[in-house]
Design a protein. Structure first.
Length: 303
């Protein structure tokens, strides 16, 4: 009887703890706990303000030591506060660049005991290189109450789908390393054609290539371009000079249109010759490299 009584007491204790556990994990809308809701929102706004103020210590203090998550542009998960601070390092130093203001346009919160899931949308205004920049972020924060206070324990910060769509159609300025690499690839494509540098041409000219060449009745394809390079090399002709007197660009997302005037000189069995004209070339940045997916050329004349 004593054994049965003890077993019964243990069962009651177990059921009590289980029930308590379920109660702690019961989903509660934040509006049912307004004090917690307001504390979490105020904490989120303090993080935005820390970015505006370039306040590194405040950013560190508002994130849990074992923080986990993704920031916009993250290639892999960020682990720990040191990883987070490294990811936002550029925003922690005084600079004319960075966030200037924000507005939370949508806010929701669901509580599970001392844990909260907080999805929200925010419009952010900043300045970079003296130019204004506006974007909309879609964020899900994970909050935990540690030592009696709410703190951000994790986050997934992404550009809003409407923002991504706008970026793909927005005229951008290409400069620095990307512009330099693109111009090098563009020139290399021309020289590789006349030199029949087939490995490079096969790498940079994708299967979907469509091109319109001067005087050609049919549009060119990747295969016909490769055949043309081979035939040029077999003819014994050589490219002796290549210039692009004028080059302009338009960049939309990962696509760049290059508008150029060109002048080239050739040396063959019958002597030297030259050609000048205009070219519109389309390049796509894919898998870490520039691909020449098409062009339209017209020749002003040959000599």
């Amino acid at each position: 009887m004593v054994r049965n009584l003890r077993a019964g007491m243990l069962l009651v204790s177990f059921l009590g703890l289980t029930t308590l556990g379920f109660c702690q994990l019961r989903a509660e809308p934040c509006d049912s706990r307004p004090a917690d809701r307001d504390a979490i929102r105020a904490h989120i706004e303090s993080i935005f303000q820390a970015f505006i103020d370039h306040d590194g210590p405040k950013l560190r203090a508002t994130h849990a030591p074992d923080w986990r998550g993704f920031l916009e542009g993250s290639q892999t998960g960020i682990r720990g506060i040191d990883g987070y601070m490294k990811s936002v390092d550029g925003a922690t130093r005084p600079s004319p660049n960075g966030m200037k203001s924000y507005k939370i346009t949508e806010f929701d919160c669901m509580l599970y005991g001392d844990t909260a899931i907080v999805p929200f949308v925010a419009n952010v205004h900043g300045e970079y290189g003296g130019q204004p920049a506006d974007e909309t972020l879609r964020i899900v924060d994970v909050y935990a109450k540690l030592n009696g206070a709410w703190i951000q324990a994790g986050s997934d910060t992404q550009a809003h789908p409407k923002e991504l769509e706008a970026r793909m159609s927005r005229l951008e300025t290409i400069s620095g390393r990307f512009k330099e690499e693109l111009l090098q690839v563009r020139e290399h494509v021309w020289k590789a054609y006349f030199a029949n540098e087939r490995p490079f041409l096969e790498e940079v000219l994708p299967a979907e290539l469509i091109a319109i060449d001067p005087g050609a009745k049919q549009w060119s394809t990747r295969d016909s371009i490769l055949d043309g390079a081979k035939h040029f090399a077999e003819s014994g002709n050589k490219l002796t000079k290549l210039e692009f007197p004028r080059t302009d660009m338009q960049c939309y997302g990962n696509v760049v249109e290059i508008y150029s005037t060109y002048h080239l000189e050739l040396q063959g069995a019958s002597g030297p010759s030259s050609e000048s004209g205009r070219a519109t070339e389309t390049f796509v940045y894919r898998d870490g490299k520039w691909l020449n997916v098409g062009w339209h050329m017209d020749a002003e004349g040959r000599e």
